[in-house]
Design a protein around this ligand. Structure first.
Ligand code: ZN
Length: 560
C-alpha cells in the first residue's frame, strides 16, 4: 500500500454530510487523493473502464488500474477505498428548480395523497417551516391520485383553517389551490377577470372555485408573503444538501429568480456552494430586466448564461398548447403563456445579450413555435453553436422532431415525467399524437443531444429513479410489463450518458465535465449499484456512497 492514509467509504443505511475537519479537508493541499472502486465507468471511449482515479486540485489527475494510478499519484497520496461501488462521472439534473425544491422540502407535502381527507390530515400536521407570514403553504397534490379525481375547491380544505390563508401548489406547479381566506387576501371575486394565459376556475354560479391555473396564480402569489431571508437561506441550503445526498454533482436550474441567484452568487464567492449550478435566468418575470442588464456570469461553481422561457402549461392540467383539440376535451387546445410576438421579442433580447435560449414547450403547438422562432432568430443574427434547448419536448410532430435534431437543439427531457404521465397521456392526445410523445429514441435518432433531468420538485430529484425510468419506462412496481412505448427506452449507457455528458454538452461544458479523464473536473459519484448493467430494479434500492464536486467530497455515506 503506497497511500499514507486509507479511508473506507461503506454502505451503511444512514448517512450524513461530511462535517468540517474530516480527513478529506485536512489532507495535505497538493497531495492527490486516489479513489479505488470495483469499477469506474469513465464514459471516455479511449478507456471506458478503470479501477482507480486520482484527483488533485479539483481535477482528474489519472485514471486506470490501481497500480497505474498509484504510480502517478505518488507515495503521499491519500487513498479512499470504495469497495464494491461503481464510480460514474458527475450526475447532473438538467432541469430542476432549486427554489421550488427548497419550498417543497419546507412546506406541507401532499404528494401521494389518495383523498381529500388525507390532504386535510396532512394540513393539520403542518410543520412550522410551512408558514410564510401567516399563510400556510403546501405542494404536491394531484387530483388524478384521489378517489374522486376532480379539481378541489375552497370548501375542501377544512374548517380549522378558515381564518388562515392557505395556498397549495399542484404537483406540476401549474395550478394553485386556495381556501376562502386566501382568495379574500388576493381579492379574487366573481368579478375578477381571467388574466391572459391563465384561468380562474369557477363554480357553476360563477364564483371562484379556489383553483388558479398558470398566469392566474400570480393574483395570489403577489400577496403571498415571501420567505424571510433566514427561511430562504436555510431552505435553499437544505435543497442543495438534498441534491448532493441523492448523488447530484450539478443542477441546471430551469428559471431562477434573482433573489436566489444573488444568494448563490454570494455562496459561490465564499466557496460554500456545494454543487455546480447552471442557472437559467427566469425570463418570465420582471427579473429578466436585471438579468439582461447584467448579462452572462461565470463564477467558480455557478454559471448564468441561459434564459428559461415558458411557452405553455402542463399536460396534466390540459394547459399544454396543442395544435388540435385535446382528445379528452373537445374544443380545448390549451394555453400559450406568451404570445408569439412577445416570445420572439424575448428570444431576440436574450440571444443578443449572449444567452442560450431554453424554452419550456410541452404541447406540439408550443414546440412548433419554439422551432420557428428560435431558428428564425439564430439565422437572422448568424449565431453559431447556440445549442438552444427545448425543455420537456413532450408532445411533438414527426416533422418537428426532425427539425429539432437537424438544427442542433438539445432535448432536455425527464424520464420520470413519462412514467408519471403514462397512465393518462394517451387519453389527452389520442393514438396518433402519442407517437411523438416522450419519444427519446426518435429525438436521438433525429440528431438531438439528450440531457436528462427530473423537473424537481415536480418529481423527486432522485437520479437513480430517473435512470430506472429511462431504462424501463415502467413505474416502480414494474408496470406496464415490458415498459410503456418500449422502443423509446434508453439503454443503460445511453441513460448514463444523458445524465452526465449530455448535461455537460447542454451547458457548454463538455470540455470540462461529463467524462472522467485526466484534466477534466473531478466531479463524480460512487454508487452501490452499476447503473449500466445492474438489473434496472436494483436502481430503486441503490445507494449513493459518495458525491464529489471539483475534488471536494460534498456527501459521503457513513463509513463502516
Ligand atoms: Zn420545470
Amino acid at each position: 500500500m503506497l497511500g499514507a492514509l486509507v479511508l473506507w467509504v461503506g454502505a451503511s443505511g444512514c448517512s450524513r454530510r461530511v462535517p468540517e475537519g474530516t480527513p478529506a479537508e485536512q489532507a495535505v493541499e497538493d497531495a492527490p487523493t486516489v479513489y479505488v472502486a470495483r469499477r469506474i465507468r469513465t464514459l471516455d471511449a479511449a478507456k471506458p473502464e478503470a479501477q482507480a482515479l486520482a484527483v488533485r486540485d479539483g481535477k482528474v489527475l489519472a485514471v486506470g488500474t490501481r497500480e497505474e494510478v498509484l504510480a502517478v499519484a505518488g507515495a503521499t497520496a491519500r487513498v479512499v477505498e470504495l469497495g464494491d461501488a461503481t464510480v460514474v462521472p458527475g450526475l447532473t439534473d438538467s432541469h430542476g428548480h432549486l427554489a421550488g425544491l427548497s419550498q417543497a422540502l419546507a412546506s406541507v407535502r401532499l404528494e401521494g395523497t389518495t383523498s381529500l381527507e388525507e390532504v386535510r390530515q396532512r394540513l393539520e400536521k403542518a410543520p412550522s417551516t410551512a408558514h410564510q407570514g401567516d399563510w400556510l403553504v403546501g405542494q404536491g397534490w394531484d387530483q388524478n391520485d384521489w378517489a374522486t379525481p376532480r379539481f378541489p375547491t375552497l370548501f375542501d380544505m377544512g374548517e380549522h383553517l378558515k381564518d388562515t390563508p392557505v395556498a397549495l401548489w399542484r404537483i406540476d406547479g401549474h395550478a394553485l389551490w386556495l381556501n376562502g381566506a386566501a382568495l379574500k387576501r388576493a381579492n379574487i371575486t366573481r368579478d375578477t377577470k381571467d388574466p391572459e394565459g391563465g384561468t380562474i376556475v369557477r363554480l357553476p354560479e360563477g364564483d371562484p372555485s379556489g383553483v388558479l391555473i398558470d398566469n392566474a396564480m400570480d393574483l395570489a402569489l403577489k400577496v403571498l408573503p415571501p420567505p424571510t431571508r433566514e427561511q430562504h437561506e436555510a431552505h435553499l441550503r437544505a435543497a442543495l444538501e438534498h441534491c448532493a445526498r441523492v448523488g447530484l454533482t450539478g443542477v441546471h436550474d430551469a428559471g431562477m429568480d434573482l433573489r436566489t441567484f444573488r444568494l448563490l452568487q454570494a455562496w459561490d464567492k465564499a466557496g460554500t456552494l456545494p454543487l455546480r449550478v447552471y442557472a437559467m435566468a427566469d425570463g418570465q418575470t420582471d427579473d429578466r430586466v436585471q438579468y439582461l442588464k447584467d448579462g452572462p456570469f461565470q463564477g467558480k461553481l455557478l454559471t448564468m448564461r441561459a434564459v428559461k422561457l415558458l411557452l405553455d402549461g402542463a399536460l396534466g392540467s390540459r394547459g399544454a398548447a396543442l395544435g388540435a383539440a385535446y382528445s379528452d376535451e373537445p374544443g380545448h387546445r390549451g394555453l400559450l403563456l406568451l404570445s408569439p410576438e412577445e416570445y420572439a421579442a424575448r428570444v431576440h433580447a436574450f440571444v443578443g445579450r449572449g444567452f442560450q435560449v431554453a424554452t419550456h414547450a410541452i404541447g406540439d403547438r408550443a414546440n412548433t413555435l419554439v422551432l420557428d422562432t428560435v431558428l428564425r432568430e439564430l439565422a437572422a443574427t448568424g449565431t453559431k453553436d447556440a445549442r438552444p434547448r427545448v425543455e420537456h419536448a413532450q408532445i411533438m410532430t414527426a416533422e418537428d422532431i426532425s427539425r429539432l435534431g437537424a438544427n442542433g437543439f438539445v432535448a432536455s427531457v425527464q424520464p420520470t415525467h413519462a412514467t408519471s404521465d403514462m397512465p393518462w397521456a394517451q387519453k389527452r392526445v389520442g393514438p396518433d399524437r402519442i407517437q411523438g410523445a416522450y419519444a427519446w429514441q426518435k429525438l436521438k435518432a433525429a440528431g438531438a443531444v439528450l440531457a436528462l433531468g427530473s423537473d424537481f420538485p415536480v418529481e423527486r430529484p432522485d437520479v437513480l429513479a430517473g435512470l430506472y425510468a429511462a431504462r424501463t419506462r415502467q413505474d416502480a412496481s414494474g408496470q406496464p410489463p415490458g415498459g410503456w412505448q418500449p422502443d423509446q427506452r434508453l439503454s443503460g449507457e445511453e441513460a448514463l450518458e444523458a445524465f452526465t455528458a449530455g448535461a455537460a454538452y447542454a451547458s457548454f461544458a463538455e470540455g470540462q465535465r461529463g467524462r472522467l479523464k485526466p484534466g477534466m473536473d473531478a466531479d463524480f459519484v460512487a454508487l452501490s449499484v452499476d447503473p449500466v448493467d445492474a438489473p434496472p430494479a436494483d436502481l430503486l434500492t441503490g445507494q449513493v456512497r459518495l458525491t464529489v464536486v471539483a475534488g471536494r467530497e460534498v456527501f459521503r455515506a457513513d463509513a463502516k
